[in-house]
Design a protein around this ligand. Sequence first.
Ligand SMILES: Nc1ncnc2c1ncn2[C@@H]1O[C@H](COP(=O)(O)OP(=O)(O)OP(=O)(O)O)[C@@H](O)[C@H]1O
Length: 245
Amino acid sequence: MTPPAPTASLPGDDAGASEGAGILLSAAQLHKAYGSTAALDGADFEIHAGEIVAVMGPSGSGKSTLLHCLAGIVPPDSGTVTYRGRVLSQMSDARRSALRRRDFGFVFQFGQLVPELSCLENAALPLRLAGLSRREAESRASSWLERLEVDDVRSQRPGQVSGGQGQRVAVARALAVGPSVLFADEPTGALDSLNGERVMQLLTEAARETNAAVVLVTHESRVAAYSDREVVVRDGRARSMAGAL
Ligand SMILES: Nc1ncnc2c1ncn2[C@@H]1O[C@H](COP(=O)(O)OP(=O)(O)OP(=O)(O)O)[C@@H](O)[C@H]1O
C-alpha cells in the first residue's frame, strides 16, 4: 500500500488555467547558453499529470539543462516554463523555492544523500523542511522506506549501504513529500543492471500509485521502457517520438 503523503499546496495557490487541458508542466522555446555553448536552443516540452516521460538523447545534447530549467533550478535565457498555469520566472525566488520543496521531488544519478544523517533521517528531511514534526516526518519516511524495500537500513548512514539501497532511499525521500512531479536525472546511471531494473520498477510503481508525473532523463533504452512516452533532445531541441504530442 502507498504510504500517505502530506498535501502539497502552497498558501494562496489555486488551480492554474492550463490544468483544464491536462498539461501540468510545459516549456516553450527555451534557450540557455553557457558561454558560446548553446545547451538549449528552442526546446519545447510538456507533461501531463501522472505521465512518465523519458528524455533521451546523446551526451551533451541538453537533457540535464532541460530538466534543470523545468524544475526552476536554472533560469533559461529566454522562453518560459509553466507549472499549473504559472510561469516560473514570474514567481518570487521564495515562491519558486517553496514550489520546488513541496511540489517537486528529485532523484539524481548519485543519490546525494546527506552523509552525516541516517537513511531514515535523510528520507524524512524534506518533510521536516515542509514543517512536519520529527516524529510525524520519520513515521511517514519510514513507510516509504518500507515501500522501497530498504527499511532494514533505516539506521545506517549512506556510506554504509550499497548504491542500489542508497538510490532507493533517495527515491523514498523524493516521493515522501507527495510531489506532483518527480525529476529523475539518470537515476540508475550508477547501478548495475539488476539493481537499476528494481529501482525503476519501484520508482515507476510508486509514481503511478501517487499520480506523480516523472521527467526521466536517461540514455538507456531499457530505462526509457518504463515511460509512457519518449522525447529526444538533440542539439538543444526536444522532439517527441512517434505517437506523442
Ligand atoms: N554549468 C555549465 N557550465 C558550462 N557548460 C555547461 C554547464 N551545464 C551544461 N553545460 C554544457 O551544455 C551542454 C548541454 O549539457 P547537458 O548536461 O544539459 O547535456 P546532457 O544531454 O544532459 O549530457 P549528458 O548525457 O552527458 O549528461 C554541454 O555542452 C555541456 O557541456
